[in-house]
Every structure is written in structure tokens, then in C-alpha cells.
Design a protein around this ligand. Structure first.
Ligand SMILES: NC(=O)c1ccc[n+]([C@@H]2O[C@H](COP(=O)([O-])OP(=O)(O)OC[C@H]3O[C@@H](n4cnc5c(N)ncnc54)[C@H](OP(=O)(O)O)[C@@H]3O)[C@@H](O)[C@H]2O)c1
Length: 226
């Protein structure tokens, strides 16, 4: 990743933070974008854009253009911003379906559309999305979330086909990530089986690297030991 310029969305979240620190440790320069406010001061290696709503196309473009302008170019976009909801169809709110679509599909769509004009100037343009194993077959309570992540899978395939030979576009499909939030909501689970954020970051950054030049349109399960 030495010298690569990477934009990471959802950079303040559980997975996003680990992807940012792992990419920096591998010699990349990183722009993080998130809803959450940031106190991190810009350096030549890192800049954070807080308070950005990526469901808004104008806000997404402003942040991504500012990232490209800070570093002079972009090589990779890692779309991590997203959200989760668990509710049955009978007892849930139909608005949850719109919210999941906005958080998971529109954020990745807006960031990708904004990044593509910059990524086409890179010798190795990359987009890596985060889908979900849980979107391959929806269980009870997973309808809205799984539908939205299935949308991320289809977005990945369509972008890969449209930019073949210019930008690779792939998605990782985690099962349950070992985060503090998941430990709190599933205290009796065997955490050792879950995929650690550090393990997932390695797969994401492989897909963002020169080494993954021949992989595009892939939906790669990263299911830890489940
Ligand atoms: N955790 C799991 O087990 C699991 C499994 C499969 C897939 N995934 C996917 O992996 C990704 C990361 O998960 P995570 O556990 O790290 O989630 P997380 O801790 O909730 O982090 C997601 C980050 O994205 C930000 N975000 C959400 N909507 C945004 C928007 N409209 N604009 C800008 N930023 C936005 C959030 O900010 P705010 O909180 O301030 O809104 C948060 O900082 C997500 O896409 C998730 O769906 C997670």
C-alpha cells in the first residue's frame, strides 16, 4: 500500500477505524469520511472529514473532491459506511427499508460516483464495498438489512462491469464482525468464531492493492470461523 491514496467511508466506526490504522501502517495515505465529528488534525498522511452525510450526493462529492485535492490524487475507495436493523416484517416499520437502502446502498453509490473521476486517473483504481453474508439468504428479522446489502452486491457487480479494465470493484461479505456492539448485543455467542476487524482489514486492503489487479466483480465471503 506504500504511497497509495485511499478514501475510507465510515472511518469512525468499528471496522473503519481498523482499516484506517492498518492502511496507514502499510504506508498508505488515508482520507476518512464519516457522519461522526472528528478532532483529528490533517497531516500529509491522514485527513478526516467529519459531519458528512453520504446519503446526500452533494455532501459526498464535496468530501471526496476535498480528499483528492488534499493528496493530489486517489487510488482506492473503501465503502464501509452503513447500518444494521433487526425487525420482523410484521412488527417492523416499512420506513426501515428506506433507511437501510439509504445507509447501505446510497452511501456507497454516492461515494463511488464521486470517486470514479479521480480513480480513472490512477494506474490501479480500486473500489471495495462491504456487503454481508447475511444478504445471501435472509433470516427472520433480516429482511430490510439483507435487501439493502443485496443491493450493495448488485451495485458492486454493475460497477465492475461498467469500469472493467479501468477500475476494479469488489465486495467483502463478512459474517459477524467481532465488535464491541456485537459482543454487547450477543453476550452468549462464541466471539472466537467471528471475523476480527484486523482480519477483515487485511482482505479489504488486499483488494485495494496492486496485487488484486485481476480480481473484479467478486463478492468474497469473509466469515471468520462460523
Ligand atoms: N458489524 C457486523 O457484524 C457487520 C457484518 C456484516 C457487514 N457489516 C457492515 O460493515 C460495515 C461496518 O460495520 P461496523 O460494525 O464497523 O459499523 P459501525 O461501527 O456502525 O460503523 C459505521 C460507520 O458508518 C457511519 N455512517 C453511517 N451512515 C453514514 C452516512 N450516511 N454518512 C456518513 N457516515 C455514515 C457511522 O456513523 P454514525 O454512527 O455517526 O451514523 C459509523 O461511524 C457496515 O457497512 C456494516 O453494515 C457489519
Amino acid at each position: 500500500m506504500q504511497g497509495k491514496i485511499i478514501v475510507v467511508t465510515g472511518a469512525s466506526g468499528a471496522l473503519g477505524k481498523v482499516v484506517v490504522t492498518t492502511a496507514l501502517a502499510k504506508g498508505a495515505k488515508v482520507a476518512g469520511i464519516d457522519h461522526a465529528a472528528t478532532t483529528i488534525k490533517p497531516t500529509t498522511e491522514r485527513i478526516e472529514f467529519g459531519g458528512v452525510d453520504l446519503t446526500d450526493a452533494t455532501e459526498a462529492k464535496k468530501a471526496i473532491d476535498a480528499a483528492a485535492s488534499h493528496f493530489g490524487k486517489l487510488d482506492a475507495l473503501v465503502n464501509i459506511a452503513g447500518g444494521f436493523a433487526f425487525e420482523t416484517i410484521a412488527e417492523g416499520d416499512p420506513k426501515t427499508w428506506q433507511r437501510m437502502y439509504a445507509l447501505n446502498v446510497l452511501t456507497a453509490l454516492n461515494a463511488s460516483r464521486s470517486a470514479i473521476p479521480h480513480l480513472t486517473n490512477s494506474a490501479a483504481g480500486r473500489i471495495v464495498n462491504v456487503g454481508a453474508m447475511g444478504a445471501l439468504q435472509a433470516g427472520a428479522g433480516m429482511g430490510a438489512y439483507a435487501t439493502s446489502k443485496a443491493g450493495v452486491h448488485r451495485l458492486t457487480e454493475a460497477l465492475a462491469a461498467e469500469w472493467k479494465g479501468k477500475i476494479t470493484v469488489n465486495a467483502v461479505l463478512p459474517s459477524t464482525i467481532d465488535t464491541a456492539a456485537n459482543r454487547a448485543s450477543m453476550p452468549k455467542a462464541d466471539f472466537a468464531k467471528w471475523v476480527r476487524p484486523e482480519e477483515l482489514a487485511e482482505v479489504i486492503l488486499f483488494l485495494a492493492s496492486d496485487a488484486a489487479s485481476a480480481v473484479t466483480g467478486a463478492l468474497l465471503p469473509v466469515n471468520g470461523r462460523v
